[in-house]
Design a protein around this ligand. Sequence first.
Ligand code: FAD
Length: 493
Amino acid sequence: PVGLVWLRRDLRVSDHAALYHALRSCAQVHCVFLFDAAILAPLPRADRRVEFIQRSLESVDAGLRALSGHAEAGLIVRQGLAEQEIPRLAQQLGASAVFANHDDEPDALARDARVRRALEAAGVALHTYKDHVIFERSEVLTQSGSAFSVFTPYKNAWLRKLNAFYLSAYPVERYAQQLAPRPEGERRRVPSLADIGFEPTNLHELPLPTGSEGAQQLLADFLPRMADYGEARNFPAVKGPSYLGVHLRFGTVSIRELARLAWNAAAQEQNPGAAVWLSELIWRDFYHQILSHHPHVAVQSFKPAYDAIAWESGAQAERLFAAWCEGRTGYPLVDAAMAQINQTGYMHNRLRMVVASFLVKDLGIDWRWGERYFAEQLNDFDLASNNGGWQWASSSGCDAQPYFRIFNPISQSEKFDGAGRFIRRYLPQLAGLPDKLIHAPWLAGPVERAAAGLELVAAGTVPGPASYPRPLVDHAEAREKTLARYAVVKGAV
Ligand code: FAD
């Protein structure tokens, strides 16, 4: 039989569940990636994620040729609607089955249900597999058989269930001879960005190599640093984390490979960071199973009582939100973090927590606004983790920060960027301030400002090369307002 592997968030040719199952059960296997019109249409024409995908597809295309040894093998790339294009291609190729990996986001599940119906109407089966996480859906449950909503017991159960089997790679290479040459009319190169109607971004200027090779490069860079991860990951000016988030998002690296490395390293006493890093990978599984069991979180609070909170609204909310998005809140750590996401599509985890807390608990803006902005900007945007992070910060989520714990943006700055190295990188106009003032420039007197060549301008003003706005809100006042705003959830669980 002929099989068609439909790649989505799994853009690699090694250790790939769907590809492995297709190769094992079909004599001839083709691979397709679809630029899905429903996903691409609303995006801006310059989007780093689209460029990342396009480049990573070139690597998949070359990878398939190398793996099969056929000069005519490679990736088939289509554009259009999945429920039309996938069945059409399956029929053209004479495929009896389509193989894909699970994607449990609500829109993806709905799309897959439509594709399944269209395929079945044409007599083609759709087989889907777990690939994106170590444990999915209902694989890790409480003793009473319900889904966990608290991380630590989930993590303990996850670790108890784990064994080498769940971490082993799918040996795709063993069956590579089943990869079929592409039919005559399909032997085209991967479409360029322009071919799909997109423009280049600044991706090539960023330290973000694409494709499986890019993931391996970042991994090789991270492995010697893993032992220090527990400490180093907290400081945004330090190269502490792996920067592999986007590769996990698009599957240019296998989660099994990463979890295996972390699990083995965690077993060694001299690698304390490995257990911490593994724990972060478990958070990723945790939020995926939360989304799978509670799909309402995509639009509502995990804890329903939190939907009664009255957020800022109208022109005032729009004004505050725009200042946050554009990094002119007057709080340097927040503004530097927003500059980081706007310029690179990445934001350090500590800063994601700080800016999310600031938007919700200092500016009183609905967490969904911030979630949407991150969804537009983050290279590693992932519905489950992004929603989990935002609901954690707004206290509306499962196992979230209690609502009365409100980050102080100045003490966070002093603690995690004490010498202002991160702030100076993204806000050069503050570079001349002494360390003790860089976290709260409005405290600088005229002499200190003159010495630093800095002018303080009105709150919310767009800063120039030598100016910086005064704070948009007073943190102590905002804190009181937030406690009052959250009073509606007192006693709620
Ligand atoms: P590392 O520190 O090297 O961690 C390795 C991997 O573990 C990450 O790539 C990620 O896949 C996973 N991970 C780490 N921390 C978390 C976490 N708290 N929750 C879930 N998974 C985690 N992560 C995303 O992948 N996509 C998002 O859209 C996203 N949005 C977030 C929004 C907010 C408000 C917050 C507070 C966190 C968010 N995170 C998100 C989690 C985390 O910030 C990023 O995964 C991490 O910063 C990515 O950088 P890294 O790859 O260098 O991570």
